[in-house]
Design a protein around this ligand. Sequence first.
Ligand SMILES: [Fe+2]
Length: 211
Amino acid sequence: MNRLLSSAVSGLLTLTIMATFAGQSFAQNRTSGNNNAPAAGTPSGSQLGNYRNERADGWIPLEPEKRQAINTDLQATVVELIELFHDAKQSHWNLRGPLYFPLHENLQEYAETYLKYSDLLAERQLQIGQPADGRTETVVNTANLPKFPGGFLSDRQVLDIMTERIYTVAKRVRARIESTGKNGDEVTSNKLQDLSYELDKQVWQFRVHMQ
Ligand SMILES: [Fe+2]
């Protein structure tokens, strides 16, 4: 009986020691990466574990030579939409005048559209293997729209300024529908068409106040 108990205890001890070593070795693997880790300076999600698979680099839907041109069009649109988002919110808050209520509502809706499409197009950049850059510094330096006025804004002023800005971006997006199509990415071109419809609608809804 005693011998049986002692053998069971010793078996349990051995199992516990083995599990402890296995746990330590797993933890070491997770922290030290693995032999297939990418070269230094190329941060990768796979560094968090042993997930690295060279074939994953081939699972990008667009041929490498096409990616840069498509990414340029996507990145330009993303920063313009982030800028328009800030412009719409700035106008939504500081608006004054008899058209306050309908414009206040419109501007909120437009801001949500800009956010939705900036996210969708930024994620398209990642789908084609490129990083997205939505930093405030990048938006200021590359959105290529005039500086937006601070302080209170009259309803008439907002109609003028916002219609012109939305129209400018809508025109650029239309050109990018063509260039992304020509450069061989119908999917991005198609998403830009959807955005183009929204921007044209916004221009129309503001333009009619002034006609
Ligand atoms: Fe609000």
